[in-house]
Design a protein around this ligand. Structure first.
Ligand code: NAD
Length: 479
């Protein structure tokens, strides 16, 4: 079922989305999504959707963000397909009750954690990887047995259209709905009570979502953004660093939440990095990056104008060209930026890389720690001691040593922020756990009442001592 707006959601038209949400809640309460078979069928449906409509999705991503088919494949479609396959392969193992140790007081009981679906889940997605960031959480929500309302971004319009018109045909529509719209529709949705909200987007809207969730005490995951520092040590090979930093910074035209936002390095390393970055940019995108099929475009005019404004900060050392008619911003490197300038105050989210100079590793670490905890942090050095020191003396959602965000391809690592960059995590089994309530269960036989005598009053020094001892003793896991 896809819902174009709040009016069409409600046949009586009184409370927007009421009818849609009631239908999904009823399906959940009837237990429709609980069985492993049902969950697997939904996951297989999602997998078929990805295969059957690969071309439409690639075309939509090309129209929204000028993504090449290769970029769409590696950063969106293959990732989603792998996530579906992994969930299908492990579904029954993930769903299994997890038996835990008992103490002597509960020795005759079985104690376990049951992974229960929360119920009705709302997933709100951004536009920069509009397939990946909409469907990866969906895999976890479906695998965990929830009913789902999916709210793709209204800014990646062509992808939103494919998701809204085609995806529902592959999923059970009594348990799943796509809702379209922007801030207004999302605000109306958020007035309703959900059992879990999974939000990916900016820290500003994250606060709005958290405030709405607080009204119903709804648990949430917030996958947010921010400024990701990238420390480059003097002891490095500048060309290797430049290749890696440039690839991760300019991929998807810099519109990546985990891209390096700015480089911290000494003035000497800056001078070695500049020609190396120029050479990497020319190697990747040619002498005229505008005609390169491998460079994306800015999502819309509003973001284009914002980025054009940032080009006026500091001094352009590389690139700096822009074309509004094509929403094109050249891969750019800025130097001599002031901390007070907008480019160092807001998340850049575009193909612009400021090089900020520091005098030492300590100064770089202080610079990082004086700011909000980032989603990602990178350190480049030939010295593993330097990389380890940056890792140990800072905090961030994720960390890349001599590497960019390639770790996103590993479902064995969680994606999530800390502090201002978010809360919660997902990917692979982390997604299943995120969308599952971990219910503590203890089952005991109704008989053998005699052994309980020690816990009932009146208490004597003897049974108090016995209980204290029994509470402290861990016994075997299975009883
Ligand atoms: P956004 O916060 O503007 O929008 C995200 C979603 O929220 C969209 O679906 C939008 O319709 C909705 N929304 C927007 N304003 C709203 C409001 N006032 N009330 C209710 N809902 C509202 O983010 P964006 O511009 O789509 O994405 C860019 C941001 O997302 C960046 O900060 C980026 O770092 C972050 N991001 C984070 C991750 C991650 O995994 N942590 C991934 C991608 C993007």
């Amino acid at each position: 079922m896809s819902t174009k707006g709040p009016d069409s959601a409600s046949s009586v038209g009184l409370v927007p989305y009421e009818d849609t949400l009631r239908r999904l809640r009823e399906a959940f309460r009837a237990g429709r999504t609980r069985s492993a078979e049902f969950r697997a069928a939904q996951l297989r449906g999602l997998g078929r959707f990805l295969q059957d409509h690969k071309q439409q999705l690639q075309e939509a991503l090309a129209q929204d963000l000028n993504k090449s088919a290769f970029q769409s494949d590696i950063s969106e479609l293959i990732q989603c397909q792998n996530e579906v396959d992994l969930a299908l392969k492990n579904l029954r193992a993930w769903m299994k009750d997890e038996y835990v140790a008992t103490n002597l007081l509960t020795k005759l009981s079985s104690a376990f954690i049951r992974k229960e679906p929360f119920g009705l889940v709302l997933i709100i997605a951004p536009w920069n990887y509009p397939v990946n960031l909409t469907l990866m959480p969906l895999v976890g929500a479906l695998a965990a047995g929830n009913c789902v309302v999916l709210k793709p971004s209204e800014m990646s319009k062509c992808t939103e259209k494919v998701l809204c018109e085609l995806l529902p045909q592959y999923l059970d529509q009594s348990c799943f709905a796509v809702v379209l719209g922007g801030p207004q529709e999302t605000s109306q949705l958020l007035e309703h009570q959900f059992d879990y909200i999974f939000f990916t987007g900016s820290p500003r809207v994250g606060r709005i979502v958290m405030a709405a969730a607080a009204k119903h005490l709804t648990p949430i995951t917030l996958e947010l953004g921010g400024k990701n520092p990238c420390y480059v040590d003097d002891d490095c090979d500048p060309q290797t660093v430049a290749n890696r930093v440039a690839w991760f910074r300019y991929f998807n035209s810099g519109q990546t939440c985990v891209a390096p936002d700015y480089v911290l390095c000494s003035p000497e390393t800056r001078e070695r990095l500049l020609p190396a970055l120029q050479s990497a940019i020319t190697r990747f995108y040619g002498d005229d990056p505008k005609s390169s099929p491998n460079l994306g475009r800015i999502i819309n005019q509003k973001h284009f104008l914002r980025l054009q404004g940032l080009l006026r900060c500091g001094r352009v050392a590389i690139g700096g060209q822009s074309d509004e008619s094509d929403r094109y911003i050249a891969p750019t490197v800025l130097v001599d930026v002031q901390e007070t300038e907008p480019v160092m105050q807001e998340e850049i989210f575009g193909p612009i890389l400021p090089l900020v100079t520091v005098r030492s590793l300590d100064e770089a670490i202080d610079f990082i720690n004086q700011r909000e905890k980032p989603l990602a942090l990178f350190a480049f050095s030939n010295s593993s001691q330097v990389v380890n020191e940056v890792m140990e003396r800072t905090s961030s959602g994720s960390f890349g040593g001599n590497e960019g965000f390639i770790y996103l391809t590993l479902p064995s690592l969680p994606l999530g922020g800390v502090g201002n960059s978010g809360m919660g995590r997902y990917h692979g089994k982390f997604s299943f756990d995120t969308f599952s309530h971990q219910r503590a269960c203890l089952l005991r036989s109704p008989g053998l009442e005699k052994v309980n005598d020690i816990r009932y009053p009146p208490y004597s020094p003897w049974n108090q001592q016995l209980i204290t001892w029994a509470l402290g003793s861990q016994s075997c896991t299975l009883l």
